[in-house]
Design a protein. Structure first.
Length: 375
């Protein structure tokens, strides 16, 4: 081989699900064999065991497994009585599913801006957006952080609104010792494969300490029926199936350890990037213990940086390139460019670097070296 040959490296993905799967494969295979032998595909012990285990993990009373995270939010909203004529406040910086869930109930989406440091829903903006129609407030625990729910509580109490957490990116995160997903009256979460706790397909759950809300969610998620062929309400078919439950149970046993590995990787990024000009690093808010679902920096000329990183085999991404009010799906809300300047500026600058439990120190060094070169 010539001394002038170029050393090539394997690409570094944004998320490495194969490494997770290798850890749980033997356990999952044994559980799946049992499921298929007994043909217990819908409901059964696998689902109820996971629901109880996840409720215990979060220190909450009820966990109701559903089909996906969007359904989880919609069912939480419907269980709380949200519907046509109501308004629901959400952050402009979130995945579209948060807004979709509101729209599916017939309620009106009311986006508000986010704070400039953490890019989480801004309580001051929420207070300004409240009207007599406000029925719910949805703080989104974005990037593995926990939103400042305690600052939203007096706002919600004053207008009679319910707080419904979007906890899809925060499985295991805490705020002042309390788990994300247990800070409001009810929460929805997603177990999409790339989440900190991910299934082998679509899955989600609703979390609450309120027995009436839990019962209502179960009813609505099963065709509005408690007893077969007796339908009390117009519901939907949104159930966590047993195949996904066994995958989630195996991963849940490892979630705390995987979250700790994410924290170490985030700390290492912070050290490696501390002196790099032009990079704004993510920060952890006082009182939070984040689980670093994503490691989101901010840079100028982001699209060029992203393209060159990807070309070099670094699986960087954007979460999310358009604030809710600027998407085509929600153009009808009537908010133009400039309506929510913090979210809009962030959308032009944010860049997610590879981060997952099995990310190695050598891989992180290569990510940073490549980023420095690109910058």
């Amino acid at each position: 081989m010539s001394n002038n040959s170029t050393t090539t490296h394997a690409p570094i993905p944004l998320v490495d699900l194969k490494a997770q799967q290798r850890e749980v494969q033997e356990q999952v295979n044994a559980s799946l064999a049992h499921i298929f032998e007994h043909t217990a595909f819908i409901g059964g012990a696998a689902v109820s065991d996971f629901e109880q285990s996840y409720a215990n993990f979060l220190d909450t009373t009820y966990c109701i497994g559903v089909g996906n995270g969007t359904d989880a939010l919609e069912l939480a909203l419907r269980a709380a009585g949200v519907g046509p004529g109501d308004e629901v406040i959400i952050p402009a910086n979130t995945f579209v599913a948060t807004a979709e869930a509101v729209s599916l109930t017939g309620a009106t989406v009311v986006p508000v801006d986010v704070d400039p440091q953490y890019l989480l829903i801004d309580p001051l903006a929420v207070a300004e957006a409240v009207t007599e129609k406000t029925k719910a407030i949805i703080p989104v625990h974005l990037y593995g952080q926990t939103a400042f729910v305690e600052e939203l509580e007096p706002i919600a109490a004053a207008c009679g609104a319910i707080i419904i957490e979007d906890a899809a990116q925060s499985q295991g995160a805490t705020r002042f010792g309390r788990k994300a997903g247990t800070l409001g009256q009810i929460a929805g979460t997603s177990f999409y494969p790339g989440k900190n706790l991910g299934a082998a397909g679509d899955a989600g759950a609703v979390l609450t300490n309120n027995s009436e809300l839990a019962e209502r969610v179960r009813l609505l998620s099963a065709h509005g029926s408690r007893v077969k062929y007796v339908h009390e309400a117009v519901g939907r078919n949104s159930r966590l199936d047993a195949v996904q439950a066994v995958v989630l149970s195996a991963k849940l046993e490892r979630l705390a350890g995987w979250n700790e590995l994410r924290r170490r990787a985030a700390e290492r990024y912070g050290q490696l990037l501390a002196e790099v000009p032009g990079v704004v690093l993510p920060q952890q808010a006082e009182g939070n213990e984040d689980v670093w679902h994503l490691y989101v920096i901010q840079v100028e000329d982001r699209d060029r940086v992203l393209a060159e990183l990807n070309e070099a085999g670094i699986g960087a991404g954007i979460h999310y390139p358009e604030p809710i009010h600027l998407t085509g799906a929600f153009a009808h809300l009537g908010y133009g460019a400039g309506s929510f300047p913090v979210a809009e500026q962030a959308a032009d600058r944010i860049l997610s670097l590879p981060l997952y439990p099995h990310l190695t120190e050598e891989q992180q060094q290569r990510v940073v070296q490549t980023l420095k070169r690109v910058l």
